[in-house]
Design a protein. Structure first.
Lengths: 223, 304, 235
C-alpha cells in the first residue's frame, strides 16, 4: 500500500535507501527519546515516593495532592510545553518539566493505593515486632506496595514515550522530530520509522519493567 | 535476604542507568574542533536546506555544527537566537527587518538599505545580519487555475473587490505578520471571508488548495512545484513584499572573521535559481535536505 | 502572575466569543470531533469486548492489541491520518477513534470476565438462554467497568483532540497552536484552560451518567470508587 499526495510521485511507506543513509539521524532521535523518557520517569518516581508517603501518612495532605495532580493532568501537554518556552527555552528542560509533572500525577496515586492496600494486620505485626515507623515503611509497606507502584511505572513510561513526540513542536521531540520531518517535507519514511520505533520502544520498556518487577519481588515469583 | 538484595540491585541499576543516560546526553565535541555552532531553521524545507548549506560549509572548515531544524516560525526561532540557544539562522532581509522593528514598515526593495536598517536593530540585541545573498525568496499569494479564470485574476489588486468571497490560507503566524494578512488588508484593501491556519507553504496548504477549503494561499516565490500543482501566483503590483534576500542572522559573539567569511562566501554564490532547483529536489523528487545541500556544495566545488 | 491576568482578560474579551475563531465555534468543533471519535471507538470496542469477554476467548490477544494501541503516539497517528485521508474532520476523527478503542476494549473485556461465575451459573440454572443471559444478567453487572472505560477514553480524546490543530484541524487546539506561532501566550494559556475545563466537564458528566446507568441494586452494593488509578495520558 502506498501513500499518494497530489503529484505523480508515489511515496512508499518506507524508502529503504533513505533509511540506510540516515541511520545516524534515526538513532540520534531514538537515543534522545530514550534519554528523555528515563529522566522523566526516574524523576517522577523520586518525587512521587516522598509525596505519596506523606499523603498516606497525613490525611489532610491527601485531598489537596489528589486535586492538584488531577487538575494538572487535564491540561494538554502541548500547551504546557509551549508555555514554558519563554522561561526555559526550546530545550529538554521545557520538555521534562511537564513530563515529570504528569508522571508524578500517575505515580503519587499509585503509591497511595499501594500503601493503602497494605493489610492493617501486617502493620500491626510489624509494630508488634518492634519496627519503628520509618523502618516499617521502608522494609514492609513499600515493598508490599510495589505491585501498585510498578503498575504506575508501566503506565507512566508508556504515556511518557507517546507524549515526548509532541515536544517536536518546541524543537525537542526525539522520534517526534522524524514525525515532524515527515509532515513538513511531505515524506512518509521518517514518519513510519518513528511510529514503529515508538511502539517498539514502548514494548521494550514495558518488558524491562515487568522483568524488574519480578526481580524486585522474589517472594511473588513462585506461585 | 534475597528480597533486600533484589531491591538494592534494582535501585542501583536504575540510578546507574539514569546517570549513564544523563552523561551520554551531554554533547561531546572533538578536541580538534574550532568551536561549536548551532544552526536553527524554520519549519519549511527551504530553511532546512539553507541551514544545511551553511552548516556543512562550517563543518568542512573544522567547526562542530549542531542543527536545530523545523523549529517553527520566526516568532519561535528569533527568541531562541536572542537567548543563545541557537547561534545563527538563515533569515530573509525584509521579513526579518519587519520582525525586529515590530512592523514599522522600514523595508523596501533596496536590499542594501534594508539590510543596513536590519543591522541597526540587531546591534541592540547582540546580533548581526551578514552580507545578503542575491538569492531571494519572498511571500507570494497563489490561486488555483480555476479561481484565476473564474474571477479573471492576474494581480493582487484584483482580489480587493472579491475578497469577501474568498478564504485565505497560510501559516498560523499570518494574521500578525506585516507581509501577510495585515499587509493584504492595509496595502491592497482586501478583507477575506475567512482565514484558515495551515502551515507555511507546506503539505497542509497544498491539500487545502486541492480540496477547495481555501482559494488564496501563501506560497513562496522560490517554490518549484506550483506549476505542477496548477497554482498561479498573483502579481504583487503594489509591492507589499520587499527585498527578502537570504541573509544569515548571527550572534555577534559567534561571528568571528573566519565564520563570517565562510558564511558570506556561501551567500555570495547562491542564486534564486539555485533555491528553486533545490526546493524542487526536495518537493518533487523527495530528496532529503542534507543530501540536496551536499550535492550543491560539491557541484560548486566548495570542498575544493 | 501577569500570565494568569492576561489569560483571564483574553477569556472575558467579547471579541473572542464571536466569529469563526470564537470560543463557541471552537467548542462546537472540539465537541464534534471528540463525540464522533468516542462513539465510533465505542461501536468498535464495546461489541468486540463484550463478545470476547463473554466467551472468555482471545483475551490475551485483545489486551495485547490494546496495549499496542496505547503505545502509538497520538501526534504520529494524526499525521499518518492526514497523509492517507487528507484534510478535514474525517482523518482526525478516525485517528482519535483509533486512540479511543484501547481503554474501552480492555475495560469491556475485563468487565465481562469479572462477572461472577456463580451468577452465570445461577442464570443458566434459572433457564436463561445465552443471549438473554448476556443482555439481562451479564451486561448490567459489567456496566460500571465498561462505563469507566468509556469515561477514561472520552477524557483522553478531548485532550488529544487539541493536536488536531497541528494538521489544520479546529477545536480549542487552534488557540494553543496559533498562540505558539504568534507568540501570544494569553491565547495559548486560554486554550489550555478551555481544554482542561472541557476535559473536566466530560469526566464529571460521564461519571454522572455512569451512576444513572448502573442498576440500582449494584449501586447500593458497591462503595463509591475513588478511581485512584489513572489511565495513560496520550496528549
Amino acid at each position: 500500500m502506498v501513500g499518494r499526495l497530489f503529484l505523480d510521485y508515489v511515496d512508499p511507506w518506507i524508502n529503504w535507501d533513505w533509511l540506510s543513509q540516515h541511520v545516524p539521524l534515526v538513532l540520534s532521535a531514538l537515543w534522545d527519546h530514550i534519554t528523555l523518557t528515563v529522566i522523566a520517569v526516574a524523576l517522577g518516581l523520586v518525587i512521587s515516593l516522598p509525596v505519596g508517603v506523606a499523603a498516606h501518612r497525613w490525611r489532610w495532605f491527601r485531598l489537596p495532592v489528589l486535586a492538584a495532580t488531577g487538575a494538572f493532568y487535564t491540561i494538554p501537554s502541548i500547551a504546557l510545553f509551549a508555555l514554558l518556552v519563554p522561561y526555559t527555552g526550546l530545550s529538554g528542560t521545557s520538555a521534562e518539566i511537564p513530563l515529570v509533572g504528569y508522571n508524578v500525577m500517575i505515580l503519587v496515586r499509585n503509591v497511595l493505593v499501594g500503601l493503602a492496600a497494605v493489610p492493617p494486620d501486617v502493620r500491626d505485626a510489624a509494630d508488634g515486632m518492634g519496627y519503628r515507623p520509618m523502618v516499617r515503611l521502608l522494609r514492609i509497606e513499600l515493598p508490599l506496595a510495589l505491585p501498585a507502584i510498578f503498575a504506575g511505572l508501566r503506565i507512566a513510561t508508556a504515556s511518557t514515550i507517546g507524549i515526548i513526540t509532541i515536544t517536536a513542536v518546541i524543537g525537542v521531540g526525539g522520534l517526534g522530530q522524524l514525525i515532524l520531518k515527515g509532515l513538513i517535507e511531505n515524506f512518509n519514511t521518517p514518519l513510519v520509522v518513528a511510529m514503529v520505533l515508538s511502539v517498539a520502544l514502548a514494548f521494550a520498556a514495558d518488558l524491562v519493567l515487568a522483568g524488574s518487577q519480578r526481580l524486585a519481588m522474589p517472594w511473588a515469583r513462585s506461585r | 535476604m534475597t528480597r533486600k538484595i533484589g531491591m538494592g540491585w534494582l535501585v542501583a541499576g536504575f540510578v546507574a542507568l539514569t546517570m549513564v543516560v544523563a552523561a551520554c546526553g551531554s554533547s561531546s565535541s572533538s578536541s580538534t574542533s574550532k568551536g561549536t555552532v548551532t544552526i536553527g531553521g524554520f519549519n519549511f524545507p527551504e530553511s532546512s536546506i539553507l541551514a544545511q548549506l551553511y552548516g556543512e560549509s562550517l563543518a568542512h572548515a573544522g567547526y562542530t555544527v549542531n542543527y536545530k531544524l523545523l523549529l517553527g516560525p520566526r516568532e519561535i526561532v528569533a527568541p531562541a537566537l536572542e537567548s543563545g540557544q541557537i547561534d545563527v539562522y538563515p533569515g530573509y532581509a525584509a521579513t526579518d527587518l519587519e520582525y525586529y522593528n515590530q512592523g514599522a514598515g522600514e523595508a523596501s526593495g533596496d536590499v542594501t538599505a534594508t539590510n543596513a536598517k536590519l543591522n541597526s536593530h540587531l546591534q541592540l540585541l547582540g546580533l548581526e545580519a551578514l552580507t545578503p545573498s542575491a538569492a531571494v525568496d519572498q511571500n507570494a499569494f497563489a490561486v488555483t487555475k480555476d479561481t484565476q479564470s473564474k474571477y479573471n485574476l492576474t494581480k493582487l489588486s484584483d482580489l480587493a473587490p472579491i475578497g469577501s468571497q474568498l478564504i485565505l490560507g497560510a501559516g498560523p503566524e499570518c494574521p500578525t505578520r506585516p507581509f501577510c494578512q495585515p499587509g493584504l488588508s492595509s496595502v491592497y484593501g482586501i478583507t477575506f471571508k475567512d482565514f484558515k491556519a495551515l502551515d507555511t507553504d507546506g503539505p497542509l496548504t497544498r491539500a487545502a488548495f486541492k480540496n477547495g477549503s481555501i482559494q488564496v494561499g501563501l506560497v513562496f516565490s522560490s517554490d518549484a512545484d506550483l506549476t505542477s500543482l496548477g497554482l498561479v501566483v498573483l502579481q504583487d503590483d503594489k509591492h507589499l513584499e520587499n527585498a527578502d534576500n537570504v541573509v544569515p542572522i548571527i550572534r555577534t559573539s559567534v561571528a568571528s572573521a573566519d565564520v563570517t567569511t565562510i558564511l558570506n562566501k556561501l551567500s555570495a554564490g547562491l542564486t534564486t535559481a539555485d533555491l528553486v532547483t533545490m526546493n524542487g529536489q526536495v518537493e518533487l523528487q523527495h530528496q532529503d535536505a542534507d543530501a540536496v545541500a551536499q550535492t550543491y556544495l560539491q557541484a560548486h566545488n566548495y570542498f575544493a | 502572575m501577569t500570565i494568569l491576568a492576561n489569560t483571564w482578560r483574553w477569556l472575558i474579551n467579547p471579541a473572542h466569543w464571536r466569529g469563526s475563531d470564537g470560543i463557541p465555534v471552537r467548542l462546537g468543533e472540539h465537541l464534534h470531533l471528540s463525540i464522533e471519535a468516542v462513539v465510533i471507538g465505542a461501536l468498535i470496542a464495546l461489541p468486540i469486548g463484550v463478545i470476547l469477554g463473554h466467551y472468555g476467548r482471545f483475551g490475551n490477544l485483545a489486551i495485547g492489541l490494546s496495549n499496542l494501541g496505547r503505545a502509538i503516539p497520538s501526534f504520529g497517528i494524526l499525521v499518518i491520518a492526514f497523509r492517507v485521508l487528507g484534510l478535514g474532520d474525517l482523518p482526525i476523527v478516525i485517528a482519535l477513534a483509533a486512540l479511543a478503542v484501547p481503554p474501552m476494549l480492555t475495560n469491556t473485556y475485563v468487565a465481562m470476565q469479572e462477572v461472577d461465575a456463580d451468577v452465570r451459573d445461577a442464570a443458566r440454572g434459572m433457564g436463561y438462554r445465552e443471549l438473554a443471559q448476556l443482555i439481562r444478567v451479564e451486561l448490567p453487572l459489567a456496566v460500571p467497568l465498561i462505563m469507566s472505560g468509556v469515561r477514561t477514553s472520552a477524557v483522553q480524546v478531548v485532550a488529544t483532540a487539541t493536536l488536531a490543530a497541528l494538521i489544520a484541524g479546529g477545536g480549542f487546539g487552534r488557540y494553543i497552536v496559533d498562540g505558539l506561532a504568534q507568540q501570544d501566550n494569553a491565547m495559548l494559556a486560554a486554550g489550555a484552560v478551555l481544554v482542561g475545563a472541557l476535559a473536566l466537564a466530560t469526566e464529571l458528566s460521564l461519571a454522572g451518567m455512569e451512576r444513572l446507568l448502573i442498576p440500582r441494586g449494584i449501586r447500593l452494593l458497591r462503595a463509591p470508587t475513588a478511581q485512584p488509578m489513572i489511565a495513560y495520558k496520550s496528549a
